[in-house]
Write a protein that binds this ligand. Structure first.
Ligand code: AMP
Ligand code: MG
Length: 409
């Protein structure tokens, strides 16, 4: 990405910005974590089958196990020899006119090859009498050893995101801990003299500090829990001091505000003075054009998002979260795509991130219903939206049904 690095004024496309982030962010470290704390984490090792699955011929029904040849010979009454519960080593059938009572999950007794479910016999005086005609084909109601998977087979690949089924598979492989990506320590920073914390008194010319809350919420919703925050004034000395501290203690800095062209937009300058290498500044997109991205001396990810609330959230979801997820070694899931519910016209030669509500038509098919905001400051319009679509640079009228990438909040 050398063509991008250092190009402080050239506009790059969202795709090039995404590629540059992927390219420049070093992989996040690996840690061995107890399995019970791994949901949502990215696996960083392959997991192989510890044994065959199932590991023995497994009884699938409560009933009696018999030798099916005896039933086919016409034997209808069997002496109950013993009971074989789940978790006990397999018994051995004494003779073909005996049966062993078995429970679901038990290991199939040796000498038997068929399980008759308990609805199909009567048990009295230590004998089982078959009632209706039974299905006595060999292997009836038995799951064969190795039927689902073979010892040594690759079950989970590095890069897999661990959800409930994957955690079950790792547990069944006997792993008490698995190697997963460490979560980065995030520092979410608002900048701006005008910003006032919720709960504090506010004057008419001041603005509530809402971006930090939105960014933290979006991170937490995705399972990131090492998230701190700070507020900095548009003051070079303060920015220098505190950003230097945050760079020393965090792997990912997400700043909002202070990256545009105004006299008090000091963030890029201060970051550079602290040794953060600029990878790009400004992306050919609306909203969020002033976005800045750089990499700190220890490989820290530093995202300078424009302060307008709609821009902040869109840039976070479009670039920051996917970038961090990629740095965690997660295989990138395919981007969701959706058709526009009505036509949209957009003239500037910029990618257009258009907020949408996903609505179902009468056949329950999803469509993206445009919910444009008044400006990139108009975050009230985001209420009730599900995310935004990315429309390629215009000028263009995107007709109803135009299929675009959908990013959910
Ligand atoms: P900036 O990118 O610093 O020029 O900020 C652009 C606009 O976003 C200004 O109107 C700011 O007041 C507003 N803004 C910046 N940061 C925040 C924030 N954390 N919460 C709400 N609005 C903000
Ligand atoms: Mg500002």
């Amino acid at each position: 990405m050398s063509a991008v690095a250092g190009a402080s004024t050239a506009l790059i496309t969202p795709q090039a910005a995404e590629a540059a982030i992927d390219d420049q962010l070093p992989g996040l470290p690996i840690e061995a974590r107890p399995l019970s704390r791994c949901v949502g984490a990215t696996l960083r090792e392959n997991v192989y089958a510890e044994r065959d699955y199932p590991p023995f011929d497994r009884v699938c029904m409560d009933g009696v196990a018999i030798d099916s040849a005896a039933s086919r010979r016409g034997v209808r009454r069997y002496a109950v020899q013993a009971t074989q519960p789940a978790g006990a080593p397999p018994l051995t059938l004494a003779d073909t006119e005996s049966a062993i009572e078995v429970m679901t999950g038990a290991s199939l007794p040796q000498g038997t090859d068929c399980v008759i479910p308990l609805e199909q016999y009567v048990l009295a005086d230590g004998f089982v009498s078959l009632t209706a005609p039974v299905n006595d084909t060999p292997l009836r109601n038995i799951q064969r050893r190795g039927q689902d998977g073979r010892h040594g087979a690759l079950m989970l690949e590095a890069g897999t995101l661990l959800g409930a089924p994957e955690i079950a598979v790792a547990a069944s492989a006997g792993l008490a801990r698995v190697r997963v990506s460490s979560q980065p320590a995030f520092m979410v920073i608002s900048t701006g003299d005008e910003l006032i914390e919720p709960g504090e008194p506010i004057a008419g010319h001041q603005i509530r500090r809402s971006n930090t809350y939105a960014v933290i919420a979006a991170l937490r919703a995705r399972g990131f829990d090492r998230v701190s925050n700070d507020h900095l004034l548009d003051d070079e000395a303060m920015l220098t001091d505190r950003l230097s501290l945050h760079l020393a203690t965090h792997e990912a800095l997400i700043l909002s505000g202070g990256v545009s062209m105004g006299r008090f937009d000091l963030v890029p300058k201060v970051l550079k003075s602290l040794g953060v290498r600029e990878v790009f500044h400004r992306v050919a997109q609306r909203p969020g054009k002033p976005m800045w991205f750089g990499v700190g001396p220890r490989g820290q990810a530093v995202f300078g998002l424009p302060g307008n609330p709609v821009s902040t959230l869109i840039c976070l979801v479009r670039f920051v979260i996917p970038g961090i997820v990629a740095a965690m070694g997660t295989r990138r899931p395919p981007v969701e795509r959706i058709g526009l519910a009505k036509s949209v016209t957009f003239d500037p030669p910029l990618a257009y991130f258009l907020p949408v509500a996903v609505e179902l038509d009468e056949w329950a098919r999803p469509w993206a219903s445009p919910r444009p905001t008044n400006t990139s400051g108009d975050f009230l319009s985001l209420i009730g939206t599900d995310g935004f679509v990315e429309l390629p640079p215009g000028p263009m009228t995107y007709p109803k049904g135009f299929v675009a990438a959908l990013y959910r909040w």
